[in-house]
Write a protein that binds this ligand. Structure first.
Ligand code: ACM
Ligand code: ZN
Length: 675
C-alpha cells in the first residue's frame, strides 16, 4: 500500500498537462509526459498485482500483456497492476512506462479496460511501448453513439463490431433506435405482430419505400419482404458482449410518435383505429398505456441500463384534438391542449420507469414543467433546449444536430453517396463545445455527448461505417478529452493515423486523405456590380436563417454546403424571396443570377418560380426572366446559379422566387450576382 501512495504522488508531481500526442493517441489523454526509451515485453517479464481484486479486474479486461507473457521467473522486466485510490473515478487509469517496467493503475474493470485501449494504441510495430507517464480520466461520463436500426436493419455481428471500435476509443453508450415507422426491431413476446409483421416492409431501400406513397408492411416470410428483428436472446447476448467492453446499451422505444408500424399492426392503439393512417399513439386510450407498459417490462427484462429511451420527438398530434378518448382524457386530467397530452403520456412513463428503478430519457420535445423530475433529456435541437431542461432540473445528453448528426455529407456532396442533407465535415463535428452557452453552475447537469447515425440513406452495414468513421472519433475525443485545448490540424493528424488502423480492422471508414472540403468559393469573396447594393425586402427572410440580414445577398460571400453556416438566407411559406436591389445609379447590365441551395433533408428546394425584372426609375419594371421549374426532392444537396444573360440598363433589380405549392419547403439564397 505504501508503494501505491508513493506512486500516486510521483504521478501528480511529474505532470505538465499536455495534449500533444506523439503517438496519435485518440482520444488524447488528459495528461501525458513522453520519456526516452521503450519497454520491450519480448524477453518476458514478471507480473504482479497488488490485490486479488485488481487481478480480477485486469483478467476481465483481457490484457494481452497478461496472456502473452513468456513467464520467465528471472526476467528483468516487470508489469505491475495497482489499484488507484477510491477518490479517482472508476473510468480513470494511470500508466507509467520505463525501460524496465510497465505499471498500470485503475480501481475498476473499466479503468483497466481504458488503460488496455491506450496500450493498444501505444504499441509499436515491434511490440514495444514508448516510455511515458499518463494520467487519464474522461471529461464526460456519457460518450455515446446512436444507431438507427429501423430505417435499415443491421445484423448483430455489425453491432458487435461497432462495440469493439467504440470501446477501443473509450466510448461507453450504445443507443439503439429500435422502433420507428420503417420497422420494429425487438422481439416482444406478448405482441408477436410487432416482429412477424411490423418488422418487415415491401422495399429494402427506405427511400423507395417511404416515397412510394403506400409505405406497406409485409408478413414475415413474404417473398421480397425486407426487414428483421433481434430476438431477446440475441439482445441479451449483445448486452453481455457490450458490458465486457465497457459499454451500456440504451434501448429506445418511440412514443407517442414515429409509430406507424405499431399502429398498423395494432390499429386499436391509434385514435382512428385505421391502419396505415396514424403515426401517433392515442394518448387518451387505456390500451396505449397498457401496451407500452407491457413492452417496457420486456425491454427492462432484456436491457439492464439505468436509462430507457422513450423517443418523444416530432409528434404531429393531428388526430388528438378530434379524438373522443383524447378529449375525455384532457377533461379528466385538466389538460389544456394536445401538448399537455404528450406531456401527460411522457410523465406517466417517467413515473412508471422510476417505479421500476429506471430512468426515462427522451428527445428534447419531452421538456415540460410536468416532466417527471428524475427524467433526463437528450438534446437534438439546440442549446436553448439544453438550458430549458437544465433550468427545470433535468440532466441532459447533448447531441445537437448541427454537430452530432452523422447522416449529413462529410465531404463535398457531389463526391459522396447521397445523404440526408446538410454538410457536416469532421471539422464541424470537432467544433462542438458541449458546455458552450450553458452557465457554469448548470454544467454539472451535462451527462455527456452522443453522435447519432440516422439511416434513411444508409442502406448497408458498410455504408453505416462509412458515415460513422472517422467522424465518430471527434465525438469520442470531445467526450473523453473535453474541449479545453482544441487544435483541429493536430487532431486531424491523429485521425489520419487512426483511419489507417480502422481500415486494417476492416472498418469501411471514409478516407480522410481524399477529403475535398467545403465549397471552394466560400473562402474567395467574389466581385460584381451589386456588391454593397441596398436590398429592400418586400417579404422578410426567416429570422433563424437570416444570414447577415440585409447585407447577405450583396456581400460577395457565397454560402457553403452547410445551410446553417450563416451565409445563407432562408425564406419559407409566404415569405418567399422578393427583393429589390438598388445599384445606386443606372448601369449597363449583362448578367443577373441568384445562387440557390437545394438540401432535401430539411426541405430546402430550388424554386418552382423564378422571376427577374429591371427598372431605371424604380417605378416601371421590365421583366427579363419568368420561368417555372418542376420541383424535385432530388438532388439531395446541390448549389446552382440561376440567371439571365443579355444586354440592358438598370438601377433597380427585382428578384422573386417561390416554392412549389406541392412540396412547399424553404428557399435558400446567398447572393444575387450582377455583372
Ligand atoms: C430527431 O432527430 N427527431 C430526434
Ligand atoms: Zn386519441
Amino acid at each position: 500500500m505504501k508503494y501505491i501512495l508513493l506512486f500516486s504522488l510521483l504521478f501528480i508531481s511529474a505532470f505538465t498537462p499536455s495534449l500533444v500526442c506523439a503517438h496519435s493517441l485518440l482520444p488524447a489523454p488528459q495528461r501525458v509526459v513522453w520519456k526516452k526509451g521503450v519497454f520491450s515485453p519480448k524477453n518476458g517479464y514478471q507480473i504482479t498485482y497488488d490485490s486479488q481484486e485488481t487481478r480480477t479486474n485486469v483478467d476481465r479486461a483481457q490484457f494481452p500483456l497478461e496472456q502473452d507473457n513468456k513467464a520467465v521467473d528471472s526476467a528483468p522486466g516487470r508489469v505491475c497492476f495497482f489499484v488507484l485510490p477510491a477518490n479517482y473515478c472508476s473510468e480513470a487509469y494511470n500508466l507509467r512506462i520505463t525501460p524496465d517496467s510497465l505499471i498500470v493503475s485503475a480501481n475498476s474493470f473499466i479503468g483497466f479496460l481504458h488503460a488496455k485501449s491506450t496500450l493498444e494504441q501505444l504499441e509499436d510495430k515491434d511490440g514495444c511501448y514508448p516510455c511515458c507517464v499518463i494520467e487519464d480520466e474522461p471529461a464526460y461520463g456519457w460518450r455515446g453513439t446512436m444507431l438507427d436500426v429501423s430505417r435499415h436493419f443491421f445484423p448483430i455481428s455489425f453491432l458487435k463490431k461497432q462495440i469493439d471500435v467504440m470501446s477501443s476509443y473509450k466510448m461507453n453508450r450504445l443507443h439503439l433506435h429500435l422502433t420507428d415507422a420503417a420497422g420494429w426491431r425487438m422481439e416482444i413476446k406478448r405482441y408477436p405482430r410487432l416482429t412477424n409483421f411490423a418488422a418487415w416492409r415491401t422495399d429494402s431501400l427506405w427511400k423507395t419505400w417511404w416515397n412510394d406513397g403506400k409505405r406497406h408492411y409485409a408478413q414475415e416470410g413474404t417473398p421480397g419482404a425486407y426487414g428483421g428483428y433481434y430476438t431477446q436472446d440475441e439482445l441479451r447476448g449483445l448486452v453481455r458482449y457490450a458490458q465486457e467492453r465497457g459499454i451500456t446499451i440504451i434501448p429506445e422505444i418511440e412514443m407517442p410518435a414515429h409509430s406507424e408500424e405499431v399502429l398498423t399492426a395494432y390499429p386499436e392503439l391509434s385514435c382512428t383505429h385505421v391502419p396505415y393512417k396514424q403515426a401517433d399513439f392515442c394518448p387518451g386510450s387505456v390500451a396505449t398505456y397498457d401496451f407500452l407498459e407491457n413492452v417496457l417490462m420486456e425491454v427492462m427484462d432484456v436491457f439492464p441500463s439505468q436509462y430507457i429511451h422513450v423517443g418523444g420527438d416530432e409528434a404531429g398530434k393531428a388526430s388528438w384534438g378530434d379524438c373522443p378518448l383524447c378529449k375525455q382524457k384532457m377533461k379528466e386530467e385538466g389538460i389544456a391542449d394536445v401538448y399537455g397530452l404528450q406531456a401527460h403520456l411522457i410523465r406517466h412513463f417517467g413515473q412508471f420507469l422510476k417505479k421500476h428503478n429506471r430512468t426515462l430519457i427522451g428527445w428534447d420535445e419531452i421538456i415540460d414543467s410536468t416532466l417527471e423530475e428524475s427524467s433526463a433529456v437528450m438534446v437534438w435541437r439546440n442549446v436553448e433546449a439544453a438550458n430549458e431542461a437544465i433550468q427545470l432540473g433535468h440532466d441532459v445528453v447533448l447531441s445537437p444536430g448541427a454537430f452530432c448528426y452523422l447522416d449529413g455529407y462529410q465531404d463535398s456532396p457531389d463526391s459522396q453517396p447521397e445523404a440526408y442533407g446538410g454538410y457536416r465535415s469532421l471539422e464541424m463535428v470537432y467544433d462542438f463545445v458541449p458546455d458552450k452557452g450553458i452557465t457554469p453552475s448548470n454544467r454539472k447537469h451535462i451527462l455527456g455527448i452522443q453522435g447519432n447515425l440516422w439511416t434513411e440513406y444508409v442502406p448497408t452495414a458498410s455504408h453505416a461505417e462509412y458515415m460513422l468513421y472517422p467522424r465518430l472519433l471527434a465525438i469520442a475525443e470531445i467526450g473523453w478529452s473535453g474541449t479545453a485545448e482544441k487544435d483541429f490540424p493536430e487532431f486531424r493528424q491523429r485521425v489520419l493515423a487512426q483511419t489507417i488502423r480502422l481500415h486494417k480492422w476492416g472498418v469501411n471508414a471514409f478516407d480522410l486523405r481524399k477529403e475535398i472540403g467545403n465549397r471552394p468559393e466560400v473562402t474567395h469573396p467574389i466581385r460584381h456590380k451589386a456588391i454593397g447594393a441596398k436590398v429592400t425586402y418586400h417579404r422578410k427572410f426567416n429570422e433563424k436563417y437570416c444570414g447577415t440580414k440585409e447585407t447577405t445577398l450583396t456581400d460577395g460571400l457565397y454560402g457553403g454546403w452547410n445551410y446553417g453556416d450563416g451565409r445563407w438566407q432562408g425564406f419559407i411559406g409566404w415569405n418567399y424571396l422578393d427583393v429589390t436591389l438598388d445599384l445606386g445609379k443606372v448601369m449597363r447590365v449583362k448578367e443577373i443570377s441568384t445562387d440557390f441551395l437545394q438540401c432535401s433533408g430539411p426541405e430546402i428546394y430550388f424554386p418552382a418560380e423564378y422571376k427577374i425584372s429591371v427598372s431605371t426609375d424604380g417605378e416601371t419594371f421590365a421583366e427579363l426572366k419568368n420561368t417555372d421549374h418542376p420541383v424535385s426532392k432530388l438532388p439531395l444537396n446541390k448549389i446552382e446559379q440561376w440567371g439571365w444573360k443579355g444586354r440592358t440598363t438598370a438601377r433597380y433589380i427585382k428578384v422573386e422566387a417561390r416554392s412549389s405549392a406541392q412540396h412547399g419547403g424553404w428557399i435558400f439564397a446567398d447572393e444575387i450576382i450582377v455583372n
